[in-house]
Design a protein around this ligand. Sequence first.
Ligand code: NDP
Ligand code: HSE
Length: 320
Amino acid sequence: MKEVKISIFGFGTVGRALAEIVAENSEVYGIKLKVVSITDRSGTLWGDFDLLEAKEVKEATGKISNIGDYEVYYLKPEEIIEEIRPDIFVDVSSWDDAARVYEFALKEGVSVVTSNKPPIAESYDKLLKASQEGNAGLFFEATVMAGTPIIGLLRENLLGEKIEEIKAVVNASTTFILTRMEQGKTFEEAFNEAKSLGVLEEDPSKDIDGIDAFYKAKILHWVSYGAPPEFEERVGIREVKDARNVRLVAQVSEGRISVKPIKLPENSPLLVEGVQNAAIIKTDNLGEVVLKGPGGGGRVTASGVFTDIIKAALRFPKAR
Ligand code: NDP
Ligand code: HSE
C-alpha cells in the first residue's frame, strides 16, 4: 500500500479534529496516510509518534512541545518542507502570512491543503502558478463553508458553466450573533456567547468586521473567474441595530465582491441559523443552484480538509 506523508501545521480546533479523523481512517482508497509532523507555536513534533496521544497532550497542556517521549524540533516553516519532505503540507493554522511557505512547498513538488483563508484570498494566482511549476496540488475546500463543498462545486462540477452571481452567507459567527440579537440579546451578550461555539477567528474582529467573509468572497471570485475583483466593498455587523432577518451576505459577480449586512425576505434560502452557511449560485444554463450546510466547527472543517488530503494523495487534476 502506498504511504503518503503528511505534515500538519497548526494544532487548534481544526488540527485536532483532523488528527481524530486521520486516526479513524488512516487507510483509504488504497493509500496509507501517515502524519509525520505536527507544528504549533511551541515547536514541531517529528517522528513516529501516536496521533491521538499528541492530541491529548495538546488538549491537556496547550503545547505540542510538552509531549515527553518524542523529539520536538524548532524549524522555520520552510525547513518543515526541506527537512521533513512531506508529500502533503496541511495548513490548519491561523497564520495570515503562510502564502510564502505554500509557494515554496508547491515549487518543491509538495502538495498544499489548507483551511487558512488569507493566503488563498491574497495570493491565489501566484500559488496556482507555483502548483503548475512544481506539478503539485493546491486544495482549499475548507476555506469557504468548511466541509460543505462549494469550492469543489465551482472548481470542478460547474467548470462548464458561466457563473453569473453568487449570494452567500459564509460566516457562522455573525449569523449566531445576529440570531441571538433577534432573540433580544445585546451585541456584547451575543458576542460573549459566540466564544463557546469554536467558530470565532483567533482575532474575532475578523468575523465582526466582515474580514473573514471578505476573504471567502474573494476566494469564490478567484475560483469563479480566475482573476481578482476590481470592486471591493466590506461592511461588518457592528452598526446593526435591528437584527430581524439580517445576515452578513457576501455577493460575488465578475469583477465585484461585496460583504454587508442585508435584511432578507422571510422565504430566503440565505436565512440560515446556528453554524449553517448557504449559497445561491446563479449560472447561465442551470439558473439557481442552492447549497446549504454546516460552515464551521472542528469536525465539520476537518472533514473538508480530509477530503482534500485524499484528493491530493490521489493527485486529482485541477483546471482552476
Ligand atoms: P485555532 O485558533 O484553534 O488554531 C490555530 C492554530 O494555529 C493553533 O494551534 C496555533 O498554535 C497555530 N498557529 C498560528 N500561527 C502559527 C505559527 N506562526 N506557527 C505555528 N503555529 C501557528 O484555529 P482553528 O483550528 O479554529 O482554525 C484553523 C484555521 O482554519 C484558521 O485559519 C481558520 O480561519 C480556519 N477555519 C476555521 C474554521 C472553524 O470553524 N474553526 C472553519 C473554516 C476555516 P498554538 O496552538 O500554539 O497557538
Ligand atoms: N470564523 C469563521 C466563521 C469560521 O465564523 O464562519 C469558519 O470559517
